[in-house]
Write a protein that binds this ligand. Structure first.
Ligand SMILES: [Zn+2]
Length: 110
C-alpha cells in the first residue's frame, strides 16, 4: 500500500523549495500511521524533502494496522459493489413499472 493523507500541523524547517513542509501520514505496510514531513510540492515532484515526524512503528500495531487497512479496503470494495447492484436493481424496477403502466394504460383504452 502507498497512500498518504495530509494534515495542517506546521513545521518550522523549510524544504529546498523554500516552502514549509506538510505533515502527512504514511499507510505503507512498514510504516502504517507514521507521520512524516514532506515537500509541499510533492504532487509536482518538488524537491523530495522528507523527514519522519513520528518514531518507527513497532510491536503489535505494525502487524495489526496493515491487516486492518486491508480489511477496510475490502469492505469499501464490497460497499461499492453493493451500490452498483442496487443501482442496477433500481433501474430494472423502473423498467418494470413503466411496462406495467403501459399495459394498464392500453387495457384501459380498450
Ligand atoms: Zn520542496
Amino acid at each position: 500500500m502507498s497512500s498518504y493523507s495530509s494534515s495542517t500541523v506546521q513545521n518550522t524547517d523549510l524544504c529546498q523549495c523554500g516552502l514549509l513542509p506538510v505533515l502527512k501520514t504514511s499507510w505503507t505496510d512498514n510504516n502504517p500511521g507514521r507521520r512524516f514531513w514532506s515537500c509541499r510540492m510533492y504532487l509536482r515532484k518538488g524537491c523530495g524533502y522528507y523527514r519522519w515526524h513520528d518514531p518507527p512503528v513497532e510491536g503489535r500495531s505494525k502487524n495489526i494496522i496493515p491487516g486492518l487497512l486491508r480489511k477496510i479496503e475490502m469492505l469499501e470494495e464490497e460497499i461499492k459493489e453493493l451500490k452498483r447492484k442496487e443501482q442496477k436493481d433500481a433501474m430494472w424496477l423502473r423498467v418494470v413499472i413503466v411496462v406495467v403502466v403501459l399495459i394498464l394504460g392500453l387495457a384501459l383504452l380498450r
